[in-house]
Write a protein that binds this ligand. Structure first.
Ligand code: BYC
Length: 320
């Protein structure tokens, strides 16, 4: 179990030295001195990110038994397994800051911690699995490529590994949706369009509220945790995905979407009311996701007990 790292009250000199390290592009490592607010921000972000990976397994996992063929089933199993691994790296990265796995899981299971808004929407058809890979992993990669350059070493290194796996997730989703949209039967084309209609806006929203409503961004940017604002990352996501979706013959459900003279794809108004309702716990699937995680946690109690008993026996044997 990780023990809280003792912190002394910070002085202006300590803060200046810390910020000079960040300005010089140095990575901050687990045992290094850091402002308490830096540590807290990282625990908040990394643990929410870990929860998102684990909860993100639910909508996809629900389709493993219904995959249309062996090839697609194998890809989906590998993807869901990767997400569990991502959760694992991220919980470890957060533990290096002095929080414990138990504290983080308790916050998730009791509904105190947030996880990504995107996983509070249902996966209604098989095309949703492709669309999640293309859009959700596509948005996540944009955000995580930025975080791979963040100032905290353990988070930054976890991001490098996660991004390389997410790239495969993104490609398989795009390949699947493009195949349905371009060469599919009329029913498959309809299914792909319907999936885009439902996933486009939640994917645009998942990159966080607009900069004017993002209270954490200034501090995160000051300390090199975020290197870009939410709106900047959102613009990168739309610039890459809008032309690709259109080229696949799909219609993006935003009548105001257009390209400006600089080549940026400008989106219409985002329904932020819906976003804030979802992150408050009022999304379509919030309750079901938490119930499912709690059930798995309870059903897995015997595994944790067995691991603890095994560890205790190993220690006793080592002491002998
Ligand atoms: N959902 O000040 P802001 C994946 C909250 S998983 C829920 O802009 P910040 C995948 C925010 O936490 C990828 N809550 O916050 C997995 C804050 O509330 P608190 C998930 C959101 O931190 C499985 C409040 O709104 N990626 O790809 O500066 C299968 C104000 O926001 C959301 C990450 O977690 C949201 N979407 O910026 C397939 C990346 N957005 O905490 C795929 C790590 C905002 O103050 N996280 N909130 O109560 C981040 O990069 C940043 O935390 C965010 C938000 C950009 C998300």
């Amino acid at each position: 179990m990780t023990q809280p790292i003792p912190q002394t009250a910070e002085t202006p000199e300590q803060l200046a030295a810390f910020e000079a390290r960040i300005a010089a592009g140095e990575k901050i490592e687990s045992g290094d001195w850091m402002p308490e607010a830096y540590r807290k921000q990282l625990i908040r972000m990394i643990s929410q990110h870990a929860h998102s990976e684990v909860v993100g397994m639910l909508p996809e996992g629900a389709w493993i038994t219904r995959a249309p063929n062996l090839h697609r089933k194998m890809i989906l199993i590998a993807k869901v397994q990767d997400e569990a691994g991502h959760g694992q790296y991220l919980y470890h990265a957060a533990e290096t800051l002095g929080t414990t796995r138990e504290e983080m899981l308790d916050a998730l299971l009791t509904g105190k911690a947030k996880y990504s808004s995107i996983f509070n929407y249902p996966t209604l058809t098989w095309a949703d699995i492709g669309m999640i890979g293309w859009l959700v992993d596509g948005a996540a990669i944009k955000n995580q490529t930025m975080l791979a350059g963040c100032s905290y070493g353990p988070y930054s290194r976890a991001m490098v590994r996660i991004c390389s796996e997410e790239t495969f997730h993104h490609k398989q989703g795009k390949e699947m949706v493009v195949a349905y949209a371009r060469e599919g039967t009329p029913e498959q084309k309809k299914m792909a369009q319907d999936a885009l209609n439902r996933w486009w806006w939640p994917a645009v929203q998942m990159l966080g509220p607009s900069d004017k409503d993002s209270p954490n961004t200034p501090q995160l940017m000051r300390w090199g945790i975020k290197l870009k604002t939410n709106d900047e990352v959102r613009q990168e996501f739309i610039n890459e995905h809008a032309p690709e979706l259109l080229e696949a013959g799909l219609t993006i459900p935003d009548p105001d979407l257009h390209q400006d003279e600089q080549g940026n794809w400008i989106h219409g108004p985002i329904n932020w009311e819906e976003f804030f309702e979802v992150i408050k716990g009022g999304g379509q699937m919030n309750r079901a996701r938490l119930e499912s995680r709690n059930r798995s946690h309870d059903e897995g109690a015997w595994v944790r007990e067995a691991l603890n008993a095994y560890e205790a026996r190993r220690h006793a044997q080592a002491a002998d």
